[in-house]
Design a protein around this ligand. Structure first.
Ligand code: NDP
Length: 329
């Protein structure tokens, strides 16, 4: 028997509640994991509230990521007792996810927990932090270096944004943090932001090209904010776009791309190849100050997840929500 958050749908009505299940409820997979920690990501909040059709089949256990210990395995890369991490691969959308004391998944979706992280630290970082690392790696791949000028991060007080701010600052970039919550200025400064920009300043329709401000950008917002960020990139600047917190559509012009050689780098964490995942986690291990992690984290339980989901979508959660699932410590 194990406890899991289960989303179900009947007569067009979606429900989400913690339930007690047995192993024969688990989906197919070659590795069974005792989940210690999961997290509440933006996509999990969409799934739990039903605000967006993230869940592709019902009933579904949400949770796009988890850290835990292998309990059973017929996969050659994993043995009983191994500490593992999972991010994405449609888990929590099409396959039962991490907001459950037990998960059964394909071994090819797992990676070993990377030293020096504990399972809780790995989930304090979670898919949001791993995505932030993919964004930073994309800026580097396209040649952005700290001497080229400031890097702007949107949604800075959220999960992806706060880890991106911390990572970039540690790497020596001058970070400009865009936030809709000016009251989080001290938090963002503690993470290493040198400049705090009110989101309202970048939310109105702007010109196709604005004054050149940034050498790089990590954007979690999409929508008008992304259009305005692109318009204000320096010559040959690079924008890593990973989110849609401000909207899916994108009222932009091609001017920044054809007149300033700006690069728009799309970031997807869900289906990223395993080697890139491990590279991103290694970068987090070397470049993220684990002491700062504690500032980012709020610990919640499986039973708190349903109530927290709408707050996350309303942009009222600071940093990361770590869900203690079956951890014994
Ligand atoms: P969070 O909810 O933790 O953070 C999102 C932040 O966006 C909020 O905290 C807020 O920050 C800002 N925000 C909220 N509403 C708006 C708005 N209307 N316009 C602009 N900004 C807004 O979510 P995550 O950080 O976990 O995820 C952020 C985005 O990235 C989501 O869209 C998510 O789906 C996406 N994502 C994509 C991944 C990928 O693989 N491509 C992986 C992980 C996440 P503030 O108050 O500071 O402005």
């Amino acid at each position: 028997m194990f406890r899991a958050l289960l989303i179900d749908k009947a007569d067009g009505q979606q429900t989400a509640a913690v339930q007690t299940l047995t192993d024969d409820h688990l989906p197919d997979g070659d590795v069974t994991v005792r989940v210690a920690y999961s997290t509440l990501n933006y996509k999990d909040a969409l799934a739990i509230t039903g605000a967006s059709p993230v869940v592709r089949k019902f009933p579904m256990v949400p949770g796009i990521d988890f850290a835990g210990t292998v309990e059973a395995s017929s996969h050659p890369n994993f043995a009983i007792g191994d500490s593992v991490v999972l991010n994405g691969w449609g888990v929590g959308e099409t396959h039962w996810g991490g907001l459950s004391e037990r998960a059964r998944v394909k071994g090819q979706w797992l990676i070993p927990l990377q030293a020096p992280f504990t399972p809780r630290q790995a989930m304090a970082i979670g898919t949001a932090g791993y995505t932030a690392a993919l964004c930073v790696m994309a800026l580097e791949r396209h040649g952005v270096t700290p001497d080229q000028g400031p890097v702007v991060v949107t949604g800075a007080a959220g999960g992806v944004g706060s880890v991106a701010v911390a990572l970039l600052a540690r790497l020596g970039y001058e970070v400009a943090a865009v936030t809709g919550r000016p009251q989080e200025a001290d938090f963002l400064t503690a993470l290493g932001a040198r400049q705090i920009i009110d989101r309202a300043e970048l939310s109105k329709p702007g010109r196709p090209l604005e004054k050149e401000r940034w050498a790089g950008a990590v954007d979690v917002a999409g929508g008008q904010l992304l259009a305005n960020v692109c318009a204000a990139m320096r010559y040959r600047g690079v924008v890593a776009a990973c989110g849609l917190a401000g909207g899916m559509s994108w009222p932009a012009s091609v001017a920044p791309f054809i007149l300033r050689g700006v690069t728009l780098a799309g970031i997807d964490s869900v289906m990223a190849p395993t080697a890139e995942r491990i590279a991103a986690w290694r970068r987090l291990a070397t470049d993220l100050d684990v002491n700062l992690l504690e500032r980012l984290v709020e610990d919640i339980t499986l039973d708190d997840a349903v109530a927290k989901a709408p707050l996350l979508l309303a942009g009222q959660v600071r940093g990361r929500l770590v869900v203690r699932v079956g951890a014994q410590d």
